[in-house]
Design a protein around this ligand. Structure first.
Ligand code: ATP
Ligand code: MG
Length: 378
């Protein structure tokens, strides 16, 4: 996708109307774009901000083509869309990121094999296709995580194992045709880098976000991360190099592990807005959502420096078990904003929204979202 910029006022298409699609659509609306969305769920979060919503499963290539018709560009908020549907879009309108980049990323084994083949730093892993293979992988790697190659997110589709027998049982339990077995790493902390890249190759990176997970799902994220300058530069260079090699158009989030000995490793990639950069609305001149629109439209990329420390804390469905959480209590904390995704049903573990806060320091921003979150827990 090269050529003339897609000016504000044009129509953009989104594969996926979840919270990422919704927040991107809001940013696009602010800039004057009209929005079309395809999502399997009728009452998807992006519905209220989209001019047109198509309800169809991801495998429905005709529906994908229908989305693309009339769009000046199409992007996505979810990578696990069958290749024929991606191709149906790309045949009609510029799809950003492109089919090959999304295809490489959408399956965990394919993504990790690609990263290894291209010399990017990864922890030890094996791709496995049966219980015996999983048992021998765990026997050679030691304590590991078995992850299904397709369909996992928020730590779902993953089992932590210690022995070969547990590995074999985990493969059977996951019931996926392909899994990866990753050595369980001694993490010091986790960071992510977000890159925005245009079709002409121009790219910018955001400074690292520091991320905390609980049981495989993101709890909070804060920027700036406090990582020392050489590792910060290394992380941003690494993410830019991966985006370049994949020829990403749009956004690429690179989740990274920092080990106790200081080694920086790639955990996984996402070719879309990322939960760990929701604070970009507060911390940077350009939010990740506006940046995505700029990148896919071939517009000037926005500034990415930290102008104000900021943090987010996720709100999972578990918070709703005793009814609607007391949001006013959270909003009493200075600098705190409540973000809700408009999901009607609160299931345990489901991302319903997040809190964000700014602060004079990253520590203060994080303390504010943590304090606000405590006010919601009953
Ligand atoms: P998400 O969709 O939230 O990014 P996911 O389901 O794709 O998650 P991963 O990113 O693979 O899952 O893992 C989730 C978290 O589990 C990581 O951020 C990290 O905290 C922990 N984790 C994953 N793999 C390893 C590993 N090999 N060693 C140690 N911890 C790990
Ligand atoms: Mg992850």
């Amino acid at each position: 996708m090269t050529g003339a910029p897609v000016p504000p006022g044009a129509t953009l298409g989104f594969l996926g109307g979840g919270q990422l699609g919704r927040m991107t659509a809001i940013a696009a609306r602010t800039m004057g774009y009209d929005i079309r969305v395809l999502d399997p769920e009728r009452e998807c979060p992006a519905r209220p901000v989209a001019a047109h919503v198509i309800t169809a499963p991801w495998a429905d290539a005709a529906a994908a083509a229908e989305l693309a018709r009339g769009c000046a560009a199409v992007t996505l908020e979810i990578e696990q869309i069958p290749r024929p549907s991606l191709e149906a879009v790309a045949a009609i309108a510029p799809l950003a990121p492109g089919v090959d980049a999304v295809f490489t990323i959408q399956e965990r084994a394919r993504q990790k094999e690609w990263l290894r083949a291209n010399g990017f730093p990864l922890g030890p892993f094996h791709t496995v296709r049966d219980a015996d293979g999983t048992a021998s992988a765990v026997a050679s790697l030691g304590p590991s995580i078995v992850k299904s190659a397709m369909g996992g997110y928020d730590g779902r589709g993953q089992v932590r194992v210690r022995t070969a027998e547990e590995g074999a049982a985990a493969f059977t339990r996951l019931g996926a045709p392909v899994c990866v077995v990753e050595a369980f790493l001694d993490l010091d902390f986790e960071v992510s880098v977000l890159v925005a890249r245009r079709a002409d190759g121009l790219a910018v990176s955001y400074p690292t976000s520091r991320n905390h997970h609980t049981d495989g799902v993101l709890t909070w994220a804060v920027t700036p991360s406090g990582v020392e300058a050489t590792r910060e530069a290394e992380a941003q260079q690494l993410a830019l190099a991966i985006a370049d090699r994949l020829d990403i158009v749009g956004l690429l989030a690179v989740e990274m592990f920092v080990l106790r000995d200081g080694t920086l490793l790639v955990n996984e990639l996402a070719p879309r807005p990322h939960n760990t950069f929701h604070h970009s609305e507060r911390a940077h001149p350009t939010s990740q959502f506006e940046q995505l629109v700029r990148a896919i439209c071939g517009l000037p990329l926005g500034a990415t420096e930290v102008v104000r420390p900021a943090a987010i804390h996720n709100l999972l469905g578990d918070l709703w078990t005793a009814g609607e959480p007391p949001f006013a209590a959270a909003m009493r904390v200075p600098g705190v904003r409540v973000h809700l995704y408009g999901k009607t049903e609160a299931r345990p573990g489901r991302k319903m929204g997040h809190l964000s806060a700014d602060g004079g320091t990253p520590e203060e921003a994080l303390a504010r979202v943590l304090e606000a979150y405590r006010a919601l827990v009953r």
